[in-house]
Design a protein around this ligand. Structure first.
Ligand SMILES: N[C@@H](CCC(=O)N[C@@H](CS)C(=O)NCC(=O)O)C(=O)O
Length: 217
């Protein structure tokens, strides 16, 4: 009996947005098929009951495990799915060292790119949508967007050693997460820094090699 059969199928609480997109892309890359429940983020369903009882942080996505346990935060969600569906492409790494390196880059993407690019959006173009959900700081938006551009260059410099991917020579979840954040920013007026030539080349390659990134928006 596989672990999957023992636990039954998890359920994915889905919406628009870069965080749910990463989990959907991850599932597509791994060939994981589980039931989805759509939550209307634009209408704020994620900030009300009954969703809040599943994820008290009120954000999307979350994953329900069949014994009534809910997991939020995209990294633990992907790691959990990876553990129970170990077949297919490996986007974390085979050894403790490889997995730690993958997580290191995922954290760097969260802190250096997501925080600046996504909050730059929330505090400007996303202001009306977010003003009653979060502390929005419109006065910080331009600086966050500039920081996003600087951080893009930092990631570009990391690739100066000739690495093929964000975390080195292995394709990892970090590639998909960074791509999705850059793509999100570009969709809302934060074009990828044109000086970040290596990042632009890598994005082009990712898009050509991984159709999940164009199929799943
Ligand atoms: N740290 C969270 C971030 C989740 C997040 O920011 N989700 C966005 C969608 S991409 C969201 O729920 N936005 C609507 C809201 O905050 O009301 C994770 O890893 O899942």
């Amino acid at each position: 009996m596989t672990v999957k059969a023992k636990l039954g199928s998890p359920v994915f609480y889905n919406s628009i947005g870069p965080n749910p997109r990463l989990v959907k892309v991850f599932m597509k890359e791994k060939g994981i098929k589980i039931p989805f429940v759509d939550v209307d983020l634009l209408a704020g369903e994620n900030r009300q009951q009954p969703y809040l009882a599943k994820n008290s942080a009120g954000q999307m996505p979350c994953l329900e495990i069949d014994d009534g346990v809910f997991i939020a935060e995209i990294l633990p969600i992907c790691e959990y799915l990876n553990d129970i569906f170990p077949e297919g492409i490996d986007l974390f790494g085979k050894t403790p060292e490889e997995r730690a390196i993958t997580r290191m880059w995922l954290r760097r993407i969260d802190y250096k790119l997501d925080n600046s690019i996504v909050n730059g959006f929330r505090f400007a173009e996303g202001y009306e949508l977010f003003k009653n959900r979060l502390r929005v700081m419109p006065q910080a938006a331009d600086d966050l967007k500039k920081l996003g551009q600087e951080m893009t260059l930092w990631f570009d410099e990391q690739m100066a050693d000739g690495r093929k991917y964000i975390a080195g020579d292995r394709l990892t979840l970090a590639d998909f997460w960074a791509y999705i954040i850059f793509d999100f920013g570009a969709g809302f007026g934060q074009k990828v820094n044109p000086e970040a030539k290596r990042i632009l080349e890598w994005m082009d390659r990712m898009k050509k090699e991984h159709h999940s990134l164009t199929e799943i928006q």
